[in-house]
Design a protein around this ligand. Structure first.
Ligand code: DGY
Length: 327
């Protein structure tokens, strides 16, 4: 009998095609938004495998109802919505989709950095409001990036591409903070590992590319912003939970730091009245890091391949808890 897979949102059809070609029976949640928790559990109870999204809460309550699942294949590189420890306890592999979205996400970080340094989103809005009257020699001044120091928090695949962009375009000095050393970044870009405090103190642009975990939740808070340069730009394209949003608002209002570019907010979606949206030195995007045709197709392919390969060989090419595969 063929195995059943539930895809919890409409994603690029490639995932559906690859799975059906491989003999799986695939159902797709075709509702407008994310499934409710009850809908998710009811539908997941009827299948063997799941393609999940970040909006699905795969917690212990979910596992109590759906502990029978063979595999969960997340359609994202991030998996902070999944209780991986609980999945591991139950022997359920969790797949994710790294690499294919690194260029797209680093492009958003890079674009936000430039947009903030020249107040682009804000100035665009002033034109739309009819406020562009004349050339202003002393107004709308931004800051240049050439030769500045880029600090990367979380030097993984996406951080590495951001470093490459910034080195190539602006010959920026690269420093980073990670749990471990990244030899590739050190070799290719002369990146230097620094302590977290040194990262805060030395960065002209500080770009966050870490996972959201108990260690990183709310890490960029009032005390962190207070250690940064007054001229610094803070960029976050990883997860909104890594920065404390109210503290960030205050750091910008009090000119503790110079600007911020966010592709991720806390909460998401950001409310239209959020003061960040009207600040000159801020640019905000609606979590579009991986939103290119190429990246999303790649994510669909990897999510499907994680499931196909698991049933074929017992291996999951991109697995975040590979220890369950060795059992
Ligand atoms: C990811 O892949 O983690 C992106 O943020 C989309 O959720």
């Amino acid at each position: 009998m063929s195995k059943k897979v539930l895809i919890t949102r409409i994603i690029p059809s490639l995932a559906y095609e690859l799975l059906t070609q491989a003999g799986f029976e695939v159902s797709v949640w075709e509702g407008v938004g994310a499934m409710t928790q009850t809908q998710l559990m009811e539908r997941a109870q009827q299948v063997n495998a799941l393609i999940s999204l970040g909006s699905n809460k795969i917690d212990s309550q979910f596992f109590n109802a759906c502990g029978h699942l063979d595999i969960i294949a997340q359609f994202a590189v991030g998996y902070d919505n999944i209780d991986v420890a609980e999945a591991t306890k139950r022997g359920i592999p969790v797949g994710n989709t790294p690499d294919v979205l690194s260029d797209a996400t680093a492009d958003v970080a890079f674009g936000l950095m430039i947009a903030v340094s020249r107040k682009m989103f804000y100035l665009h809005n002033t034109i739309a409001k009819g406020e562009w009257k004349q050339f202003e020699p002393l107004k709308n001044l931004g800051i240049e990036l050439h030769g500045k120091t880029l600090g990367i928090f979380g030097m993984g695949r996406i951080g590495l591409v951001m470093a490459q962009r910034c080195k190539g375009a602006y010959n920026m000095k690269i420093i980073y903070n990670n749990r471990g050393r990244n030899e590739e970044a050190e070799k290719r870009f002369g990146a230097q590992w620094v302590s977290f405090d040194e990262l805060l103190e030395q960065s002209d642009v500080l770009s966050v590319h870490s996972v959201l975990s108990d260690e990183t939740r709310g890490l960029f808070n009032k005390s962190a912003f207070a250690k940064m340069k007054r001229s610094a730009i803070f960029i976050n394209t990883s997860r909104g939970g890594v920065h404390h949003e109210q503290d960030l608002i205050e750091a910008l209002q009090t000119q503790t730091i110079w600007g911020a570019g966010l592709d991720v907010t806390n909460p998401e979606p950001m409310h239209a009245t959020n003061p960040l949206l009207s600040m000159p030195n801020v640019a905000v995007l609606p979590h579009i890091g991986s939103a290119t045709v190429e990246a999303r197709d790649g994510m669909a392919r990897l999510a499907a391949e994680n499931i196909i390969e698991f049933y074929k060989t017992g291996n999951v090419p991109y697995c975040v808890n590979p220890e369950v595969l060795k059992r």
